[in-house]
Design a binder for this molecule. Structure first.
Ligand code: ZN
Ligand code: ZN
Length: 181
């Protein structure tokens, strides 16, 4: 059986039953490997695979199955220069049942909206970053002193980008992609 999936980072087509995987435990390369199986040399679980196209590492299981989320499971918050009032009006149109696919081995918990246009008659959109932590935890972390700059926190907790758009004649469209800063 031939199955084709895509690299979650660059969309390059990859067959999850026929991929080269280097074992981090014994160092051998498993050729024509099925991501479901263990290392053929030392029988260790092979968790990470490397995309032959973009050469980035990700969890092999991401090549199997689908990862669908609903907006109601993602807590939204906005940062300047996004206007609080515009954000409230924008979010009022969203029911929470809107779904999006996001293939990554960590679950998004919140989205930090950094750009937003609300237009009652035209096109409205929001752009944000997906974080692995809730809003409460994010605010707590920012005060923890773990990093001296915001960039440090973003590098650790941002896992994706998200955009939401709609206008009066079209339904709400949500797109998300993995992002490593
Ligand atoms: Zn091995
Ligand atoms: Zn790739």
């Amino acid at each position: 059986m031939e199955t084709t999936s895509n690299c979650p980072l660059c969309s390059y087509p990859i067959d999850p039953t026929d991929i080269s995987v280097k074992c981090n435990h014994c160092g051998n390369v498993n050729e024509h490997h099925n991501v479901m199986f263990q290392c053929g040399f030392c029988q260790t679980d092979l968790e990470k695979v490397v995309c032959p196209n973009c050469h980035k590492e990700f969890t092999g299981m991401l090549l199997l199955g689908s990862y669908t989320y609903k907006l109601k499971g993602i807590e939204p918050f906005n940062i300047p220069p996004v206007d609080n009032n515009d954000a409230a009006l924008f979010l009022r149109k969203i029911t929470g049942e809107e779904e999006f696919e996001f293939r990554w081995d960590k679950k998004p918990k919140s989205m930090m909206i950094y750009e937003l246009i609300y237009s009652p008659s035209g096109k409205s959109y929001a752009k944000g970053m997906l974080l692995t932590v809730s809003i409460d935890l994010w605010e707590h972390l920012l005060g923890s002193g773990e990093f001296s700059t915001l960039e440090g926190y973003l590098k650790k907790y941002v896992i994706g980008s998200i955009s939401i758009e709609y206008d009066n004649s079209s339904p709400i469209n949500v797109n998300a992609q993995p992002l490593q800063l």
